[in-house]
Ligand binder design. Structure first.
Ligand code: SF4
Length: 102
């Protein structure tokens, strides 16, 4: 595989990030890169509650074993406790899809 093909494949694989509700919010955007460790302000975290790519965001967090950042609107410890995207999405759905601040 050529470098061009690798870059093109990555662009397709992570195309969902362009639809992230937090994409215009630098503090939360950093979650996508796993750098953000402190709880974000509630008004920013609320974005996760209406984000169209919340599932993809959680997939990303689990796939890459990201232990920092509030990806999907869940604290790292909560993501670890829930264990996978399907379980996390079910847990979120039980809470009316609200952002989870804990
Ligand atoms: S779920 Fe939250 S952290 Fe993940 S992409 Fe959407 S707004 Fe950003």
């Amino acid at each position: 595989m050529t470098l061009h093909e690798i870059v093109a494949a990555a662009a397709v694989r992570y195309a969902w990030m362009a639809d992230a509700a937090c994409r215009r919010y630098p503090r939360q955007q950093r979650q996508l890169e796993g750098y953000y460790t402190a709880p974000p302000p509630p008004e920013v975290l609320a974005l996760c509650g209406r984000c169209p790519v919340r599932r993809e965001c959680l997939d990303y967090a689990y796939e890459h074993n990201i232990e920092h950042g509030w990806l999907g609107g869940l604290a790292p410890a909560r993501r670890e406790e829930l264990g996978d995207t399907d379980t996390a999405m079910a847990w979120i759905a039980q809470r009316r899809n609200l952002p989870i601040v804990d």
